[in-house]
Each structure stands twice: as C-alpha cells, then as structure tokens.
Design a protein around this ligand. Structure first.
Ligand code: GSH
Length: 219
C-alpha cells in the first residue's frame, strides 16, 4: 500500500500512529507530498479529488481517504481493538471525531494566517475557530476522564495527535492552562513509542532542505 503523507500533517500523523501501533510499517510505503488549498503542488488530486492527505492507495490500486476511513481500514487488517466492539465503539468514534474537530479548527487558523494576505485575515473568524478548540478542551477535561483511562484505542491516539498539533502550531495559546487533568494525561500518552516516532517536524528546521514552497505550504 502507498500512503500520501507529510511530516507536519496531523491527519497523516493519526494514520502513522495507527500503522506503528498495528505493526504495519512494512506494508505501507510513504510518499511525501506538499500543497495547500491554494496550490495542490504534489497533493494526490488524481487519487483523491479533494486533494488532501492522508490518502491511501490499496494493493489493488484503489484509493481511500480520509484519516478516519484509513485508520479504520488499517485497524481491520491488523489491530481490530483500535475500534473496540460494543458500547465503547461509539465513545471511541466520538472521541476521534472530537480530536479531528480540534484539528480542523486548528488547521483552519494556520491556513488563515499563512495563506491569506494580511489585509484579508479575519480576527473574529480565527477567534471562532479557537473557541471550538477551547470548548472541546473544556469538555475533555470535564467529561472524558473515564474514557481516557480505558485501554488505548483510536480515540485516545487521535486526541494525543490533536494535542500534539496544538503544541506544534499554537503553543502560544497554552492549551494546558485550565486543563490540568488533560495535560497530565497527555504527558503520559505522548511517551508511547508510536507518538514519539511520529512527532511532526518542519522541513525548514532541517539543514540542507531548501525545496521551494515546502515550508510555506506545509500544514
Ligand atoms: N478530514 C480529513 C482532513 C485532511 C486534511 O485537511 N489534510 C490537510 C493536511 S493536514 C490537507 O491535505 N490540506 C490540503 C488541502 O486542504 O487542500 C482527514 O481526516 O483526513
């Protein structure tokens, strides 16, 4: 299988974490691409008309997307417990959806700040996106501790990726303030080998990488 990926995309990171946890490293070849809604550059538009990553090309040649579909598919191959059966399934999938919602809002803020000219940026719109993140963090602190303490499955892994993305792109907002239980939980999950092995990094921090457009467009 072939995964269209980048080293900064948090949605790709979800899939990378699942691959690691499921022991599928040898079955998935990763192809690094770049692009944005303004310019798809090398994003897989032929395989995914939305031009988004992650996109996974299966062994027969058909492609599947998005991260939730890919994670579910890969889990079905090698780690079914990632989506536990019974009533926990709906909590797991809701937690993953909540984590994805945090990511969507956080990514939209990044795009707004990077891709729009300064005069066209909307502060109220950015504030509205961050309000979604803040409400989700409050709900996680208040209502989700029991679920976070369950055996690790895709819900907690997706949340670990989402909180890691807030550190990566929005560290100045200090998501830990007012969320001590969540911060404590994150410290522990961030030590899992799958999360350690997939920490995002910017090409601009790598000596010798001067590919044009790369730093500007990465999520
Ligand atoms: N809902 C999608 C979101 C994927 C997504 O937004 N990926 C970003 C990179 S983090 C992307 O491909 N952006 C390019 C674009 O939107 O054109 C998923 O879960 O996979």
């Amino acid at each position: 299988m072939k995964l269209y990926a980048s080293n900064t995309s948090p949605f790709v990171r979800k899939v990378r974490v699942l691959i690691w946890e499921a022991g599928l490293q040898d079955r998935v070849q990763q192809l690094l691409v770049t692009g944005s809604p303004l310019d798809p550059v090398s994003l897989p538009i032929a395989e995914n008309p939305l031009g988004k990553i992650p996109t996974l090309v299966l062994e027969g040649g058909r492609a599947i997307h998005d991260s939730r579909v890919i994670c579910h598919y890969l889990a079905s191959l090698a780690w079914p417990e990632a989506y536990p059966e019974g009533p926990r399934l709906w909590r797991t999938m809701t937690l993953e959806a909540l984590a994805d919602g945090i990511l969507e809002a956080a990514l939209l803020i990044v795009y707004e700040n990077r891709l729009r000219p300064a005069g066209q940026r909307s502060s109220p719109w950015i504030a509205g996106q961050w309000a979604k993140v803040a409400r989700a963090l409050d709900a996680l602190e208040k209502d989700w501790a029991g679920d976070l303490a369950q055996p690790v499955c895709m819900g907690q892994l997706a949340l670990g990726v989402a909180l890691g993305y807030l550190d990566f792109r929005h560290s100045e907002r200090d998501w830990r303030a007012g969320h001590p239980q969540l911060a404590d939980w994150y410290t522990k999950i961030a030590r899992r080998p799958a999360l350690l092995a997939t920490v995002p990094f910017d090409a601009r921090n790598l000596p010798g990488d001067h590919s044009p457009g790369r730093t500007l467009l990465q999520a």
